[in-house]
Design a protein around this ligand. Sequence first.
Ligand code: 1YM
Length: 647
Amino acid sequence: MLENHYDETQIQVLEGLEAVRKRPGMYIGSTSSSGLHHLVKEIVDNAIDEALAGYCDKITVDILPGNSIRVTDNGRGIPVGIHPKEGISAATVVYTILHAGGKFGGGGYKVSGGLHGVGASVVNALSESLDLTIRENGKIYYQHFHNGGKYDEELKIIGDLPEGESTGTTVVFQPDPTIFPDTVYDYETLLTDLREQAFLNAGVRIVLTDLREEPDENGKAHVRQDDMRYEGGISSFVAHLNESKNPLHETPIHLNREENGMTAEVALQYTDSYTEVVKSFANNVHTMDGGTHENGFKNALTRVFNDYGRNKKLLKDNDQNLTGDDVREGMTAILSVKLPECEFEGQTKTKLGNTEARTLVDKMVYEGLSTYFEENPAVAKIIFEKAVGAQKAREAARRARDLTRRKSVLESVGLPGKLADCTSKDNTVTEIYIVEGDSAGGSAKEGRDRRFQAILPLWGKMLNVEKAREEKVYGNEKLMPVVTALGCGIGKDIDLSKLRYGKVIIMADADVDGSHIRMLLLTFFFRFMRPLIEQGHVYFAQPPLYKLTRGKRIEYVYVEGQQLKVLEEMSEGGKYKVDIQRYKGLGEMDPSQLWETTMDPSNRTIVKVELNDAAQADATITMLMGDKVEPRREYIERHARDARLDI
Ligand code: 1YM
């Protein structure tokens, strides 16, 4: 009887997990790097739920040699008893049956939930192997799964839990290389994700350790570890994002409210920067496209400022109201709501739809911030003046924009003089190379395919826009050629349907000055033309670093460190003489070489600039381009080992 039931369950289980393997994208978004990293989040989410339930205060995540992941918590352990309906252990059910989250567990609701709310069985389905160890009832339980959730043995006791050792759950999984093209975990990506969870769940300790590097002959290995626990929760998150900025008040303003089984919480702090950073979450899931909670926040914030201004006569009767953009300039805010049941909307399901969240957040912010302003008049004054400053700057930018527009109509200043345009007008095929220096610009003009490739040389020092408002950009002789060549406008005015080239390719030397130009342009695009990056139009060209010549045979090397391997191979172990040339700059290449190595679409590599986390990118850009030296120095020292920048 039980035997039959078990067989039936096995068949259903395999059918369910097979569905995940057939369409992994449906469950984890994609099988690219983001999907690979998402697996960790799914497992960690269960441990975080256990922490939120009050049974667990430490979660460790280890990256093991071979890129398997081990997650351990010190909670109660997943229940091991036989599940009445399925006839197998509850823990096995959690790891093998789709959508068997906490729902059938011990009542209550799951507060955390992955992007697609799937869970452990999906991770199992997409793993080559998975080992589950549970410590509870004074015993150690263990089960092994292989090839996407198959198992030969049921959960069994493998020993007694030693006296004094904590209960809990440990999962080790090895993502399936037949599903994920790249199975290498990136420490920084996991760190950013886990730090976010540590901020969102105040008091929970999360420790990430990289154990991949084998010890060298001296027994030393590079073990990286971050131990995170934030008593301040989302206030600590705001302080972290503002690390490289200059705050206008010492501590973030922290508000919270609880009603009808829902909670809302916001932390915000103003800085002297001109950008706004608002990052919102619903049940610990980042709502990239905002939604009801974020709208409630923004609406209430604008009302608080205007009511305060009118009451205190800081805004006169015929003064304009402050706009949302005015009151959010320089603000960094984290908003987090927790609801019994989230409705996510939009194509990527990253927009919150619950209307009750709007009401709750609106009340929290309107009442909470009004009170805060009354109780902290000095801070209120500084923040209010910041918003008035933004309002004035907005007016100035509008005048500058109108002036540029009128000028371009009157003087018909079409395209910039330095631009070598292409013949095609079809932006699904056209590309523009923004090139550092006149000589490289010259080579690029000669070497290009003029039918679809345009060249815009830049020269001299560029404006660092990190500390510039929009009006400064109009009339800037270095930036305006870029703006007019692209044709889509900047700031609030941006209209990508007018973009003249589908690909905007930044081509600069592979040296420190080149990196600087890349960062200056990227900062400009991020601050004033962000949709250009978001829609995937911005690329970096990858010029070669070395040229190796043996007689008529030429090889180019694009990755530092690989030249020795290629040298070895070309010289056939020293038998032939191979000439090795290091390119110091693009200018050293003649037009045909530049075409062949860097511009020919059938041969070149270009790197698309991707924006995974706008709040983190903002913090990194400020750190690299802003006016504080110390964080930049620390960052460079910390990353010297990697010899690359993570942005
Ligand atoms: C390393 C991953 O999964 N921990 C974990 C999971 C569960 C529990 C405790 C748990 C939950 C409940 C009761 C409950 C889960 N249990 C279930 C289910 N760490 C990790 N720790 N007792 C223990 O929700 O009532 C799903 S997750 F459904 F079996 F209860």
